[in-house]
Design a protein around this ligand. Sequence first.
Ligand code: ZN
Length: 141
Amino acid sequence: MTIDSIKNGIVIDHIQAGKSMEIYRFLNLESLDCSVAIIKNVASGKMGKKDIIKIDSNININLDVLGYIDPDITVNIIQGGVRVDKHHLELPAKITNVIFCQNPRCITSVEQEIPHIFKLTDRKNRVYRCIYCESKAKEQN
Ligand SMILES: [Zn+2]
């Protein structure tokens, strides 16, 4: 795989500079056996600097996770060397098992098999709360 072009795969673009490793972790990209390129601090007219992740395979990306981390990210689907699709993200209304409730008295701390579900309660300020105990999710910066 060359850094500039991939034939079939996914390009995650407009990542805030420095956030690519967080996304790599959240999307579990280390578990892939295809090539993954992380390009950091690319000059960008709009953003100053940005990060880009290129994945040399058409895997299923969890768009909710990406939208939660940063809704300004764009996801390009590449087939046969050309872009065939472009996803714009938004803050998901609900996320499951992406972040975990830190409240030791929350039922999710007691019952291991309960999914950790957070609901978007304030879209403007990007506030998510645990659906069980209403604890606020840790700030994303
Ligand atoms: Zn909770």
